[in-house]
Design a protein around this ligand. Sequence first.
Ligand code: ADP
Ligand code: MG
Length: 441
Amino acid sequence: MLKKIRLERFKNFKEAELTLGNFTILVGTNATGKSNIGDALRFLHGISRGYNLAEILGEKWGQGGFLEWEGIRGGKQNITFQNFPTFAIEVTLYFPEEFECDEAGNLIVKTQDKYELIYRIEVNPGINGKLPKLVEESLYYQKSLKLKIENLPNNSGKMLLQIYEDSETKKIIEFPTKADKPLLIDSDLINNIFSENEINKSISHDIDFYINEVLDELSHLQFLDLFPDAMRRPSNPGQNILGDRGENLSSVLQGICQDQNLKIGVLEWLKALTPMDATDLEFVTDITGKILLVLIEANGQKIPIISASDGTLRFLAIIAALFNESDDLPNFSCYFLEELDNGLHPTRLHLLIELIETRVKQTNLQIIVTTHSSQLLRLLSYETLQNTSLTYRLENQPDAKIKRIFDISPETETLIKEQSLARLHESGWLENIMEFSQEDE
Ligand SMILES: Nc1ncnc2c1ncn2[C@@H]1O[C@H](COP(=O)(O)OP(=O)(O)O)[C@@H](O)[C@H]1O
Ligand SMILES: [Mg+2]
């Protein structure tokens, strides 16, 4: 799972770090960088797709002339903070080795053999028509530096690969530059380098293994910005990936409901979340052969998804995301969900929070959401509160910052217990205290 993401000179962050939990909440006034964090994660996801830097930042067109990837919101021209030449993103990934379920069906880590991988990439995005370039790339296994690879383009047009086995033993290899593409995804190049140079077999095996771990983890990031009209469209049978806007909702749910246990889970939550408008699901094939979801109302009336309400569709899509994996683990996925509370009635919000908090415990899912809803904050469990962070800007400073709510001040936790985070949020206390503590310094 993602444990930490660090941003340097990325969009409106000069230097900021976000700690992530199973369920992470991002709050903060408009334009403080919540979605920019999503963009940074999307950049990392782009790497796992094997694209080069120009494609990740710009766009990727596939053979046959279709758009495969939309690039990073805002493009590359304005991606670095205040036109700095480079930006860097560092992600810490945490791998608990094995899971098992306790009696309540919650996941617990079985072995203690857990480890961390830290991947960092620094990029010059190349403004005014220049191509983006890799400035530096590194992968550490454990903080104590058991293994580290560093990829540094040097002045002579060559890349330097430095492999550390521990903090002292170092091997440096020079190889022809390929600064347009992260080394991480160039397994051919890595294999060539390893076969032409004298590198301990077990080390090259380790490097290969850890690189794949990182890529695998990043490949399971998904970004949901749900649009009701996209969710209403019928979808092709067998399509089991929920689109970023909620596309394929009908066929994804159909796939999930083929598993009886999952179907029971889905219906249970659906009935609780939308007691009037959906107690059962049916899937019909339309005249074009596509799948169309039909909601069975409590009174037996059938409502095709085309006529379902926006709020119901959002519930359905979130349920689909949360159940769209088998309970056989580990099968990590991480969703970044924009404005979780959007279009949902406050009385249903508590169930939605309960659903997410339950699912992240039962599965290998990680959920990151942004919200403006104080109501939602009122409903969070203590554990989720611990993973709630504020994005904010100070009056006289150009950059935005990120702070875990519980780290704001030593009294914050007590204050939240007494007043609830919701009240602190709606009164603007969170932003004010940051301003005050800045003045104190
Ligand atoms: N390269 C950049 N340098 C400085 N600020 C930037 C840069 N790119 C975007 N921003 C700022 O980021 C803010 C938008 O952040 P965003 O993540 O969309 O906010 P929200 O918290 O509402 O999701 C805007 O104020 C925009 O000016
Ligand atoms: Mg936003």
